[in-house]
Design a protein around this ligand. Structure first.
Ligand code: ZN
Length: 289
């Protein structure tokens, strides 16, 4: 059987291939060998911060950019016109999820810019293929598909929420955005998810310290009428920002304080949490995951 990593490398070099894994290889991702491969990947990247901290750092200068979409909540691109008020719940209720095939898979066409190096491309593909092993999401190379994701190294890390129409950019700039956690964070936005600290029930779990937030950044903490899909609030979600997100003084003045345990670790994840995976499978009604 073709090994998991070799398969990924082959696919990364053949852009016309569909990188939906054949069932044999897909099943092998739960095998012991593949778990070892994922461990070695983690050692290589050796993240020292949570993914959302990398995103915030990469996006620090975005507000000054004159081109590109308007960004809210730190990294969420806004569409213009009628859909500009989209957020997780109303959006996913009105058809911004990706369609499901009769085979039970959600095929998401994707293209990856040729501006990425082969190493970056491998990280991107590994991060995407991980969705295949934990859900019914299947990324496929875009050919003639009308609606598709385009991963492109624009300025910053950002994504739209849910399926838009036509070409839908996910920006992952090369410095600071190409790692497992940041890729999965932005992909989860495109699949329909908002930030964890924006959840409708967040006030039971965190307190936003408005006085500590940088001027002009308080709207990043706006609550959203999310559909939480019966999953618990999760400090370890890849969609949760860190304790010092948009702080006037990082490391000193917290902006998100967990309650009741103010010392709880929040926003330090470098990969999807169990709850992230659970709600992904609930939203898309995946069977058998
Ligand atoms: Zn985000």
């Amino acid at each position: 059987m073709v090994s998991f990593v070799n398969l990924i490398l082959v696919l990364s070099l053949t852009s016309s291939a569909v990188f939906c894994l054949p069932s044999g290889e897909r099943n092998s991702t739960s095998g012991e060998d593949d778990e070892n491969e994922i461990d070695s990947y983690e050692e290589e990247t050796e993240a020292t911060q949570g993914a959302t901290e990398y995103i915030e750092a990469a996006n620090a200068g975005l507000a000054r950019l004159r081109s590109g979409p308007r960004i809210t909540h730190g990294d969420i691109a806004q569409t213009t016109g009628l859909t500009s008020t989209r957020n997780a719940s109303p959006c996913t209720a009105k058809g911004c999820t990706w369609p499901k095939s009769s085979r039970g898979y959600v095929y998401v066409p994707i293209q990856i810019s040729r501006r990425y190096s082969s190493e970056e491309r491998t990280v991107l593909i590994q991060s995407l293929v991980e969705f295949h092993s934990v859900s019914c999401i299947r990324f496929v190379w875009r050919r003639r598909h009308r609606d598709y994701l385009s991963i492109y190294p624009s300025s910053g890390c950002w994504s739209y929420i849910g399926r838009q129409r036509g070409l839908q950019v996910i920006s992952l700039q090369q410095r600071g955005c190409v790692s497992r956690g940041t890729v999965q964070h932005e992909i989860l936005h495109a699949l329909g998810f908002h930030h964890e600290q924006s959840r409708s029930d967040r006030d039971k779990h965190v307190r936003i310290q408005a006085n500590n937030v940088l001027p002009g950044k308080l709207s990043n903490f706006n609550k959203v009428n999310t559909n939480n899909l019966g999953t618990p609030y999760d400090y370890s979600s890849i969609m949760h920002y860190s304790r010092f997100a948009f702080s006037k003084q990082r490391g000193v003045l917290p902006t998100i304080v967990p309650i009741p345990d103010s010392k709880a670790v929040i926003g330090q994840s470098t990969k999807m949490s169990g709850n992230d995976i659970k709600r992904l499978n609930k939203l898309y009604k995946c069977r058998g995951y």
